[in-house]
Each structure stands twice: as C-alpha cells, then as structure tokens.
Design a binder for this molecule. Sequence first.
Ligand SMILES: [Zn+2]
Length: 1138
Amino acid sequence: MADNENALRAMQNCFHSQFSVDEAEYEDIEENRRTSVEEDSIYLGCTLSQSFNPDIHHSPVIKMGWLHKTPPQGTLVFQKRWVMLDAQYLRYFQNEKEVYSKRIIAILSVTKVLNVGGQKFEVVTRNRTFLFRAENNTVREEWVSVLKETIQQHCNSMEKSLMNSSDTCGQRASRVSLISKQGYLEMSGLRSKLYVVICADSVFLCRNAEEHSQGVGITSIEMNLGAVKGTDKRSFNLTTIYRTFSFVAESEQQREQWVEALQACVSHSLSSNAVAQKIWSEEANQRCADCGAPHPDWASVNLCVVLCKCCAGVHRGLGQSVSKVRSLKMDENAWTENQLFLLLGNDKVNLFWAANIPPSEMLCPSSDSEERQRFVTAKYCQGKYRCYHALFGQQEALNKALCNTIQTGDVLETLSLVFCGADVNCYTGDPELPSPVSVAQHYGQTLQVEFLTHNHNTELPGSRAGDHTILEAALPISHTGYLFKTASSTRAVTERKSKGDFSRRWCSLNQGNFSYYESEKSSSQSGQMKMSDVLCLVVNPQGKHGYGHSFELYHDSGRVYLFGEDSPDTVREWIKVIGKALVPPVAEDLVGWSFERVGRLRYTAGQSFHCPCLGWFSLGGSRLLLLLHGEDQVDNIDLRKLQELSMEQEAAAVVLVDRGRRLRLEGDRRPDYQGWLSGIQQGLGRGDGPLDQQQLTETEVPVIVDRCISYITQHGLKSEGIYRRCGVNSKIAALLLSLRHDARQVRLSEGVCQVDNVANVLKRFLREVGEGVFNGHQASLPWLHTTTVSERERVSQYKALLHSLPPVNRATLGAVINHLYCVQCFADENQMNMHNLAIVFGPTLFQTDGTDNSAGQVVEELIQNYQDIFNVNAEQLQRQLDMISHVIKAQEEHAEEGTPSPLTICGIYLERKEEGSELLVQISQAVSAEELVCEVLRRGNIPPQQGDYWSCFLVNDNQEMERPLHYQERALAIYFSLGKDCHLVVKRNCYMEAMLIYIAAMVDVSRNSMIKFSDEKGQRGKRTFSRRLCVLDGTSLRLYKEVKSTQPERECQVHALKVYYGIKKRLQPPSCWGMTVVCEQAERDKQQWYLCCESKNELIKWLATFMNLQVVSFCVTETYSTFLSSLFDFFFSFSFFI
Ligand SMILES: [Zn+2]
C-alpha cells in the first residue's frame, strides 16, 4: 500500500505539476483539442518477439485486451488496439507485441467513464474524450466497471495519502517535484519535437507540454532498463533493451543537462522498493526511529535504525565512524541487512537508544534541522538517552558478556553491550576463535556477525569530546602536488618498498578531503579519503623505502596508504598540511614539532570508569603529546619518566602512569594501534642506552642512579669503606641486569640487598653506560685538562663545562657529586673522605683505566667545590644533611625499639558484627573514615582488589538501618557518639559500583520521581506508606503530596540529611528497597522519613544522587571541577585502586 501511495504521489507530481496554469489557458487547450484531436498518437514501432510481457512495467496489469478505438477524423473505420490498464495508467498499443504505447492516459486525469451506444464507451478526461468500442456488451461492461473501480480506488488512496502527509516530513518531500527535467527535444524519425519529461524512474514522451499537463502522453519509458550516451555535440541516445531513442537537444549545454538527468534517472530506477517493502513489513520500521516520519527509506546499518531522509542526512554528517548510512532504495542484491532490521526493528532498538528522552527533547517529523542535529548527536554520539546496561563500566564483564551473547541470536543484547562499552575487537580468550566475530561465525550467528562487522570501527557514545567538532579541523587547508603512492594495504608496511612499487599521483588536500589522481589533468580521482576518517599519520624514517622520504596514512577502514618522494622539502610540506588538517585546531601543537606519528586513539583516564574517550596524540622519540577529551591544551608526557607502563596482553591495551595520572590506551586490532604500541615501547627508557635514553626521574636523573643513591643514603652512609669494598660479583651482576631491564620495577629493600652490592651496581652502571656521564671521550678531555689551568680559573671552567653538558648528563653528574659530598660528610664513620671517593669515582665517571690521575683529581675538585660549581645554596645543603641524619637516626631507633605510642583503641567490626570479627584498632582524633577503613583492612589482612568498594558503615540495629560514612568524616567522634544499638563495621558497599556507574552517566545531579513515603512510627498491621512526588536537588529534598502541588509537604536541606540504607521491617515497607532519611535541620526538629522504591535500580539511583549531592555539600564553595575531583577522591577512598 505504501508503495502504491508513493507511486501515486509520483504520478500526481508528474502530471499535475503544471496545474497552476489558470483556467483561461485550459480553454485554449480545449480549443486546440478540437482541431487536432486525431493527430495525437505516434507509433514508435518496437515489438517483442513474443507476446507482450506485462512485467516490464512496474505496476501489475489490472486488465488488458483488444478494443477498437475512435476512428481518425474523416474515416469511419475503428482501429483495433491492444489496451492495457494498471492502477495508474490506461494505455493502448498498436498490437499486443508492442513495448511502447501509442497513448498513455493517467487514471488521475480521468473524470468519468460513460457507456454510449453500440458497445461503445467513453473515457472522459478534463480536456478530451477517448472513445472505445468493445466486441460485445459483456466485454464493454467488464471494461467500464473495471475502469470505474480503478478510478474510485485511485481517489481513495489519493485522499489517504494527502491526509497522511499533512503532518509529516513526507509532506515536504512530496511537494518536491519528482520531475528532474522536462522540455522539448527533437527525436529522430519524427517531424515535430516531443515534450519529454523525466519523472522519478520513468521518462514520459508527450506530444507537447499541454498534453502533459492534462495527464496524457504517448508513452512512458521505464529507465531501469535504460542507458544514456551522448553521441554528438547536441545529440544523445537513450537505449533500452527494446529500442534506441535518438534525441537532439537545442544546445550542447542542454544536451549535457539531459544526459545527466537521464543518467540520474537510470540509477534511481535501479533502486527498488523491494528492500524498503521488506523492511517495512516490520511495522515498527514504518516510522523514522528518530523523528517518527512515515516511510523512512534510509537506515544506519551499524546503529540498526531505519531513518527518514532528513534524519539520515544528519547521521551522514556525523561520519562513518558513528553512523553508517545506507539507502533502502539500493539494489536488493547490494542490501544484505534485511534480516537484521526485521529481527530488531525501530521499536526494540529504541528501547535501548531512546530509553530516557525528556519530552522537551523529543524530535518530531516537523523538527528543524538544528533540532535534528542536536537530537541525533545527543542520541548516538553522546548516548544521552540510552538504557545503560547493568554491566556498564565493567570492561571485562562487558567483553565476557559480549562473547557469550554472540553465540545466541540475541542481537539486541549485543547492541546494548556494544554501545555500553563492550569491545567488539576484544580478545575472547580462545586462540582458535580469538575475536567476537570469529565466535559468532563459529556458532553460525550470521546476524551477529553482520552487526559486529558493521561496528568494527564505531566510536562509542560519549567518546567524542563535547560534540563531533573535535573530528573536524576548522582551518581551510589546501595543498596540491605530485607524490608517489603504493597500493593500499590492510596492514602496516613493514617491508621495504622499492621505487617500482610506487606510482606517480597528483594529490590534493582540500576542504578536509585528501584525493589523488592519475595526473594533474585527470578529472576523476582515483581515490579519496576524508581527513576525518584518517586515524593516524606516520612519518617514516629517512630511507625506509625506495623514495627517501615517505609517510603513511591509516584510514578508519583499516587500510594503510603509503606516499613517498625523494625531496625532503616536498614530503615535509605534505606532512605539515596533512597534520594540520588531521587534528582539531586546539590540538595544533601536536603537529608543530618533528613527530613520528600523530592521530587519535581511544583511552580511559584513571577516573573515567572505563568509558573510553577519544583523544589526540603525537609521538616522537620519548615524547608523547596528548590532547585529552574536554581539555583545551596539549599536554606532554616524557615516556622516560613514566612511573609505570604495563601492557594488558589480552586486551592489547597499554596503561601509562605519569605523574600520578593513569592513562589507558584502548587497544584494537587495527594497524595504527600496533604502531602506537611499538612507538611507545621504543620511547621508554632502556637500560642499555646512553644516559638520556634511560628511564628517568622527574629531575632527569636515571632511575638506576637514583635508586642506588637513595638506598646508600638510607643504609650505607655509615658503612665503613663504602664504595671501596667489592661486594659479591654475581649478586651485583644480577641486580644490575634487573635494574637495566626495568629499574622502576626493582625495589631495593634492606636485608635483601647488601649496601656494598648496591654501591658496586652504581659504580658499574656509571662505568659502562654509553658515552658516560661526560658525554663521550672527546667531550671529557676538557674536564681532564682543567686540572692544568690555574686554580683560580678552575671553578669557572668547571661551571662552563657543566653548563655545556646535555641536561640528563648534567643532572646525573649533579646527583652523583651531591651524593659523594654527603658520603664524605660521614667520613668519620665510613672512612671515605673526598680523596678516597675521588680515587674510586675518577676512573668510574671518566670510564678510564685509572692510570691517569687527573680523573680522580677532577672528581675531588668537583666534590670540594660542589656548592660553588653546582650553584647549591648552603642552607639547602644543610637541610639535606639534617634530613639524612634524621632518617638515619630514625632507622637506628626503629631497629632498637618498636612502634610509636598507643592511641585510642576502638572496636570495629570487619564485614559483619559477630563474635571474633571485632578488631581493636588504635586511632587518633584526626583519623578519617577513609583512613580507618584502610587500617581495618590492613589489620584484617585483606589486600585491596579492583572492583572492591569498602566503606565504614554506621549500623543501627534497633532501627534496622545503616549508613556508609563519608570518607572525610572523623571516625573517632562518630565512634564516641554511637548509641547502645549502634556499631561501626567495615564492609563492602554492594551498591557502590552501581552508584558510580549511574553517576558517571548522570547529566544532571538531581532526581525527581514518585516514591512511597511514610514518617509514622508505624503500628503492627497498619500500612502507612503512600505515594509522594519526591524531588532532590542541590539545595533540598522535597516531598509533594501530588504532582501538581506547588507547596512541598516536607522539605529538608541537603546538608542536614543523613541517608541510611534500609527501613525497619516493623513499618511494613512495600518493598525491600528502602532508605531511612534522618533530617537534622534543628536540634529539636530531628525527623525520620522512610522512603521506599519499587526496584533495586530505583533505590540505587536515589542513593547515588544523595551521595553525589553529599559530596558537594562537603565542599559547597568549590567550583564544579573541584567538585568532580573531590567526587573521584571519594570514589577512590572506597575502591583502593587506581
Ligand atoms: Zn526522521
């Protein structure tokens, strides 16, 4: 039916688009008809070998047969014609084998059908009458009734379609004429010009424009079988499988336009409604998933929604990485997603995508494009309205659930998992079937495979910073020139490509599109990519390929493109402009240096609860520049100074800890990610490299040096003969090996390491490190020479030489000499004075064999003049020495005695109150709930685990309620204020994870919904709970008797609230999901309210909102960002993982 309406609308447009001509004109037309009525038909002469196959026309034939038609003027002989009727047209043909009619009459224009005498009947249109004669009365009756019926049906469906379209986007679409071009053309073999109309997927030939406006023509040519070709300057052929129509246009320009319009018509006609019909057979797909417009004939194949044209346009604007938009009008063979869309359907899919749309944000078919843009972005880019999966935020659990679900036919669950963060490319744990796709394939779940494949590269909702603008470079950059290009591949280019592998291409970067052509003169490009689909630009080292300078582009599709040139300037310029076009303007710093790769990656930062965001990164050597989600400034990580780096092998993710910040780069299987991994690994410090390639501390001292020095400072300063004694060679070698492997992982602990071994590790490292502290033999000579200059000048010369050292060398030398200075301060105990140390360290630092005394002399002078040469403040140095003395003293004391003096002893239960679970802990007044939890867990020997959220609960047995303490609350004060029915227990907070997930997804920190409420003490057998509208926001908790009430029945300021989990059973709460709210606005006015939810989920939402607001109330004056960070502190105080 829907198809029918469309067709009708098309015809209406085709034949009636000119009905705006005024009535007077019709009079002329009428006049005209009378004089030339019988010259009307034109014989196109095209027959089929067999009898006519009605299937070549789109609409099914209702009736066909022989009739006699009005004799031409002046004769009496009726002409025998083959007449055919379908729902839209009445046509007659020379005979039954003809393909092209002599006349075509739109049913729409037929006003009545009349019986006239002698087996004759008239088909009356507004402007002319067609007279037919049947063989007998029966045949005539048949024709007349069938015609009448067809006309009637036609009117009905017309009305219906007009009614339907009055409230929709479809209305606008139908007003847009389906006629793409019309006008007069000469046709070879005919004396007069024809009026040709290209409408939808047909071409109508009419004798003139008037005829066309009257709904009458000669014939229609179905273009699905057509081909169009220009033959000469003004002429062109329209070829169908039946015949060739040769036309001549008025001008060359006109010819161009006709050919173009006809070609478009051919491709339009190749599309079919077959796909749409199938997909619409699921009723939910008959309305656009976003705005509700009827007959949506587009779809997003990865988001699994069927869309109207307007919404599809917005989807397309979001880019392939968010929504892959396809037309349902595509050839049936090219469309494979039928089953998926039948299985899911807009309604079911919207249960996920559109679970929480506020009425104010709903889209309707008449919404304007701005509203559409906003809505579609919120819905799919931000996932604002989606239904959060119960596992949201638990990456591993999500992945696991995905691997299980794809073995079943539940694609909707898969969709929900994937768009809540499950990784489509995760490792399944099975080497035979490593990816979810391979699992789905194995289980024969073709629809799952299809869904997964479409979402292989999809950006997850919420992963774009703000909106999608981060993907668009705003600067209008354009650049052209020749480059050499190899064939693209699906993996990184590891082997060397010779010049023969490259072909010369004219390349152009314009408006965010990078395209390449056979040559400068080619008009059609041989390839193109949108810069927003380019994930990564990699600059190859010189000479990697046949062309000396080259770079690679990694496309979102997983393909890799390699370009090269011999001229470094040419390549440098391309890299510069592509880099700029790739990154958002705010991230331009990312490409303003000699980077090796730049691009975007998904990442999670420590507190983001595993919901990956999109960030921009550029990497070169040990420098990783980054622009994270929501930030407007490029940040900088020195990979050598990372506190930690760990690779998660299965997930292929990598975790970097830099200056306390944890960054997890989300792995996927595309080649660009592998490149990032190896690039980062190369940028990390390595123990066998020179000083500046070592793992470094914040002060640019190699971690190995720093570890050893600090160990000796703590444990070896009073050790006699330190640095002179040998230690155990095998132990020294083993320790140095492990330090070189990964110094940060090595903990030098007392008892395990002997000071002499550690001292020798330091010496051996300094002696063996590449280029040495003085940056190579050549550079060390001036140092040694300094001993020959006059004493007065030496210090300034050392200073100058120090200044000329590279930063890491300078810092290392400074650290070593500082250490030696400290060591000699304890010479009374360790017997190592400056001279002794210099004898040891001279050859070590200069990497010489010790025959040259000047090395020792230099070191001795450096120690001697340490303050002067290294510009150290005397006070500062003294403070350092005091600290060292203090540490040493404390250690000596610690070794002699035990722990410090006792504090207040409290009995805290671990996990539950029962015999034997009480732990006695000593705490001071200042101890916070958080510290108390840590202490109890330590005492209870419970190691912190990821996903464990421990809280200290105040449990009130009498009231059957409990409340987790805020992490900043002072534990001792609460302990002292406990009533006799109360106690403190440290246990897992089972709601915490769900609350955190809810908060993470929260847009607005407030809540507003119905809840069961009671404030009565309650008597046995009496139900006291009744429904209230409960509103909680930043200021207060308010209860309203009715939704319409303007005055709250109860109100309490947020800061005066204490929320307990649970409600006394004696009150007979209607569900077990209750909370007790204690309101202490005034000392005298302490109230207790009981709020009861209908589900656990509901309860968690309320508790999470309370918790969220409570954190704010602890720092009311802070700004929002501080609020967030305090919120995260809060989480981590419960979770103990970073
Ligand atoms: Zn729509």
